[in-house]
Design a binder for this molecule. Structure first.
Ligand SMILES: [Zn+2]
Length: 96
């Protein structure tokens, strides 16, 4: 995993190596990141993984599957599992 060194350096997917540049629309990618602090088992470690669109949604599907396993006996199941992780829709201007 390599952090871009220039302001507009191209970000490639850390999983499949695909370019994230969408012609005419800039770079489109997701980020999985964490900065673990005191009290955690990974204290002081910082992670950032850039993901292209297919790898992001593949990762999200795997997490959703894990969530289903952890909550399979719960009475309260999510009404729409496609909302997993999504905090906004129609956020075309980056307000969120
Ligand atoms: Zn990818």
């Amino acid at each position: 995993m390599q952090e871009p060194t220039r302001l507009h350096a191209e970000i490639v997917c850390d999983v499949c190596g695909s370019h994230t540049q969408v012609l005419g629309f800039g770079q489109q990618f997701g980020t999985l990141q964490a900065s673990w602090g005191y009290g955690s088992q990974h204290d002081g470690e910082v992670y950032r993984v850039h993901l292209c669109e297919p790898c992001f949604f593949c990762t999200l599907a795997n997490l959703r599957r894990e969530q289903r396993i952890h909550t399979m006996f719960d009475d309260d199941q999510p009404a729409d599992e496609h909302e997993f992780g999504r905090i906004a829709r129609d956020n075309f201007f980056g307000d969120v």
